[in-house]
Design a protein around this ligand. Structure first.
Ligand code: UD1
Ligand code: MG
Length: 453
């Protein structure tokens, strides 16, 4: 079979008032990615060709976001919200280019899977003119119902237009449709608005196609994958479903999640085999975990990479640009930002490493701070291979600490330290024998005199 050409259109002109948000509904995120981008990804994964997004009045924000997640997408503006068929026709010029398949999706149905889209297109390839993705639910109120006659789909009736008998039907329209490109404009052109809402319903093309003798088919998807998001409760439900799917794929991919329900992934988290993740871990956007790494409990990562057999936490925070090489260790209550921790280096306790390189095998003592910021600019700290930084050291950048050098604990280091040097940056200790006892007695008698008054 030669590959069929396809235009995928995502409808995103809705106002989303129930989100009660200054952000357009379809830009609300699931796993760190806007809902509409999830839909675009599914279409892409299904090999669904060119992408168009229909935005509404004030859709500039969606358009701007699309430049990030789908730079090739064509944006169409539906300036008046007159219904889903009308919205699809906002992309008339693109449809008229003549595609084999036209796929219509909603921007607020983020959990749709590529498989469902691909199988709808497969039905077109087998001769259907219109393919509807349906689902079954015990609570069909609000959805369009799939009306079947002799086991064949003949119409979709919107909830408000249903007879009492039709309202009992539990087979519903998910809203995703595949339409043969050859007849799409003709079918859409015949849609009227004589219905309860006075809108041009995309769903009407089912009845129009059936009456014209064209083949109309319903496929079925699981309820979860066609969940439409209208408010933040549903947004959280979708997030939960997404997370569940991802945890499962991580585990099937060879990662151990000791308490999977407490581990949160982003849309782009990469996690290798034989990684162990302890409870309560947050993977923000842009995280890669290599094979065999160990992530202890309560870690928070974002824009970071953890190398093979590296170990972090408990309670480690890796911020954007943190790069841990093989067998590096970042321990409890440490923060690493825009810094490389090279092979086998250890940053084990209560430390901040920012804008820095920690050379291979270096050991950073507890409470060490790279002082990287003067209130205006950020400066770089270079710590050489095998350096030993004593506890509670402040390293004032810009600065270089030589390989295998030794820094005395409690130092404030402001000048470059050469290789193999020993550096002290603190006042010398003074010890006065007997003075402690003398001081204690003086304080005690002063307190007693005060009490006697
Ligand atoms: C739609 C379906 C219904 C289905 C339900 C599933 C129609 C007529 N009805 O109903 O059969 O069961 O979804 O959730 O298609 N949109 C525009 N421009 C418009 C109107 C809508 O872009 O003029 C977009 C919305 O942003 C949304 C989608 O189309 O993403 C669906 O519109 P909505 O008003 O939510 O339709 P429903 O009444 O939910
Ligand atoms: Mg809706």
């Amino acid at each position: 079979m030669t590959a069929r050409s396809c235009l995928s259109i995502i409808l995103a002109a809705g106002e989303g008032t129930r989100m009660k948000s200054a952000t357009p509904k379809v830009l609300h995120k699931i796993a760190g990615l806007p809902m509409v981008a999830h839909v675009a990804r599914a279409a892409e994964a299904a090999g669904a060709g060119d992408l168009g997004i229909v935005v509404g009045h004030g859709g500039e924000e969606v358009q701007k976001a699309a430049q990030g997640f789908a730079p090739e997408a064509e944006i169409f503006v539906q300036s008046q919200r007159l219904g889903t068929a009308h919205a699809v026709l906002a992309a008339r010029a693109a449809i008229a280019r003549g595609y084999d398949d036209l796929l219509v999706m909603f921007g607020d149905t983020p959990l749709i899977e590529a498989g469902a889209l691909a199988s709808a297109r497969q039905k077109l390839a087998e001769g259907a003119a219109v393919v509807v993705i349906g689902f079954r639910t015990p609570n069909p109120a609000g959805y369009g119902r799939l009306i079947e006659k002799d086991g064949k789909l003949v119409a979709i009736r919107e909830d408000k237009d249903c007879s009492d008998e039709e309202r009992m039907i539990s087979f519903c329209n998910a809203g995703l449709m595949a339409i043969s490109g050859a007849v799409a404009l003709e079918l859409l052109g015949k849609v009227g608005n004589a219905n309860a809402k006075g809108e041009f319903y995309l769903t009407d093309i089912v009845e129009i196609a059936d009456r014209t003798g064209l083949n109309v088919v319903a496929t079925e998807a699981g309820f979860e994958s066609v969940l439409g998001i209208n408010n933040r409760v549903e947004l959280a439900e979708a997030e939960a479903i997404w997370q569940q799917r991802r945890r499962r794929s991580a585990m099937l991919g060879g990662a151990t999640l000791i308490a999977p329900e407490t581990v949160y992934f982003s849309h782009d988290t990469e996690i290798g085999a034989d990684v162990v993740v302890e409870p309560n871990v947050w993977f923000g956007v842009g995280v890669t975990i290599a094979d065999g790494a160990l992530v202890h409990a309560y870690c928070h990562l974002e824009g970071a990479s953890v190398g093979p057999r590296a170990e972090i936490g408990p309670f480690a925070r890796l911020r954007p640009g943190a790069e841990l090489h093989e067998k590096a260790k970042v321990g409890n209550f440490c923060e690493v930002k825009k810094a490389t921790v090279e092979k086998g280096a250890k940053v084990n306790h209560l430390t901040y490493i920012g804008d820095a390189r920690v050379g291979a095998g270096a050991n950073i003592g507890a409470g060490t701070i790279t002082c990287n910021y003067d209130g205006y600019s950020k400066f770089f700290t270079d710590i050489g291979e095998g350096a030993f930084i004593g506890s509670n050291t402040s390293i004032v950048a810009p600065i270089a600490i030589g390989a295998r050098s030794y820094i005395a604990s409690g130092s404030v280091i402001t000048d470059e330290v050469p290789e193999d040097a020993l550096a002290f940056g603190r006042a010398r200790q003074k010890t006065l024998p007997g003075k402690g006892k003398e001081l204690r007695e003086r304080f005690a008698s002063a307190a007693a005199a005060k009490k006697a008054k």
